[in-house]
Design a protein around this ligand. Structure first.
Ligand SMILES: Cc1cc2nc3c(=O)[nH]c(=O)nc-3n(C[C@H](O)[C@H](O)[C@H](O)COP(=O)(O)OP(=O)(O)OC[C@H]3O[C@@H](n4cnc5c(N)ncnc54)[C@H](O)[C@@H]3O)c2cc1C
Length: 385
């Protein structure tokens, strides 16, 4: 072997395909115990979904397992002693309901528990006090989540990146595998510059999860990427949202959040699309602006920046994580939907526990999280585990 070939060989226990929050968080969790390598197709990390979120942590938001993982991530997200800069700041979230949406509000109040993440019912006059910009006569009430946080997503991603490197892991950019072979209990993944040899491949490729599955000759699981649009706008009366929480239409038909110098608006679109570098469509931005102008007394003055990203869902909208019981040496961490950041600390801990110990960590089992709820097997019952 030439020295050039030797320097290009990377050996790890786990090779992670995908350098978004999914791949980086799990690689960081694994790197404390085993050698890892992250392979990212792009020449920078997190340029797809993970670079496009609106950075909300909200334990009210999402389907049951996602909410449990979000609650289980709260301690990490609020432990400022371990973070510099702090990963989160207080925000709060408000789910507003018109008279036609009274049932949705009642359902949300009903499913809210009595714990630290319980929501509080607000009447229209309380709404007006909290967000003077809202046309409170349009709404019969709202649910308020005081525990919602704003996440510094760049700080979180950078922490995971540094953890991987500090633990001796590798991060390879511009490195999608060109070929993948298996033999002797090892995988060999070739890129134009590297040969990666590993025991387990973790598919953390977001919207590309089924594409990667095909390349691995593994049955696909029906991951559906859906486009979501957002736009940062200046408004005429910023003082009227000065201390506003994140405001959702209770049926998620629009939302906005305050920012320094303006607000971020979204039509909460969910258009199914092929995996791609998603771009904002002017029409979707216009719908977002129209919705927010109808619900508030604000006028949007200027769109400073608009963007779109893909939220990728499993058919049941829950996380798919852990080893693939049908295919030795393959694991998954996909289907993070619109919850990839708010669940990241606990979801990564879960995936690492399932890969290395074959079990849900006991801390997470206490939140009701089970293997059955997150295993890939639930999505293809016809394949014997
Ligand atoms: C507009 C918007 C707002 C959002 N707001 C929030 C929010 O407020 N809170 C929240 O928690 N979540 C939010 N989300 C969701 C969150 O951003 C996603 O759940 C999360 O980023 C998904 O991370 P990921 O790592 O799975 O995907 P990605 O970040 O897309 O990463 C997947 C990576 O895999 C790489 N890849 C693909 N194929 C290969 C291959 N063959 N080899 C190597 N690499 C490959 C891609 O290049 C990509 O970098 C939002 C999403 C959008 C779009």
């Amino acid at each position: 072997m030439s020295s050039q070939q030797i320097s290009a060989t990377v050996t790890a226990v786990v090779a992670v395909l995908g350098g978004g929050v999914a791949g980086l968080s799990v690689a960081a969790a694994l790197s404390h115990r085993v050698p890892v390598v992250v392979m990212e197709r792009e020449d920078v990390l997190s340029m797809h979904s993970s670079g496009r979120s609106v950075a909300l942590y909200d334990p009210t938001y999402g389907p049951p397992v996602m909410r449990a993982l979000t609650s289980a991530s709260y301690a990490t997200y609020t432990d400022s002693s371990r973070q510099s800069p702090a990963w989160t700041s207080p925000l709060g979230s408000l789910y507003v309901a018109t008279s036609e949406q009274a049932n949705s509000l009642a359902e949300l109040m009903k499913r809210s528990g009595n714990d630290e993440f319980a929501v509080r019912h607000l009447k229209p006059d309380e709404l007006r006090c909290m967000v003077p910009a809202l046309k409170s006569d349009l709404f019969v009430g709202a649910a308020y989540q005081a525990a919602a946080l704003s996440i510094d997503t760049a700080a979180v991603l950078d922490f995971y990146r540094r953890t991987i490197l500090q633990n001796g892991g590798r991060i390879l950019l511009s490195s999608a595998p060109i070929s993948i072979e298996q033999g002797g209990g090892r995988w060999k993944l070739r890129t134009s510059e590297h040969l990666v040899v590993c025991e387990t491949i973790l598919n953390a490729s977001g919207a590309w999860a089924d594409e990667v599955a095909r390349q691995l000759s593994v049955p696909t699981i029906g991951i559906e990427p859906r486009k979501r649009t957002a736009a940062m706008c200046t408004v005429d009366r910023l003082d009227m949202v000065a201390n506003a929480p994140f405001v959702f239409d209770i049926d998620e038909r629009w939302y906005f959040r305050r920012e320094p110098g303006g607000i971020i608006v979204s039509p909460a679109d969910e258009s199914p699309t092929a995996p791609c570098d998603a771009q904002a469509d002017e029409y979707d931005v216009a719908v977002a602006i129209d919705n927010v102008e109808k619900a508030t007394v604000l006028s949007i003055k200027r769109v400073v920046r608009s963007w779109a990203g893909l939220r990728s869902f499993a058919p049941d909208h829950e996380l798919v994580t852990g080893r693939d019981p049908a295919i030795p040496g393959i694991a998954w961490h996909v289907g993070l939907g619109g919850f990839g950041f708010q669940t990241a600390p606990a979801a990564a801990e879960l995936c690492a526990g399932l890969i290395l110990d074959g079990a849900v960590p006991s801390r997470l089992a206490a939140y009701g999280i089970t293997v059955d709820a997150v295993t890939v097997s639930r999505l293809r019952p016809s394949i014997a585990a």
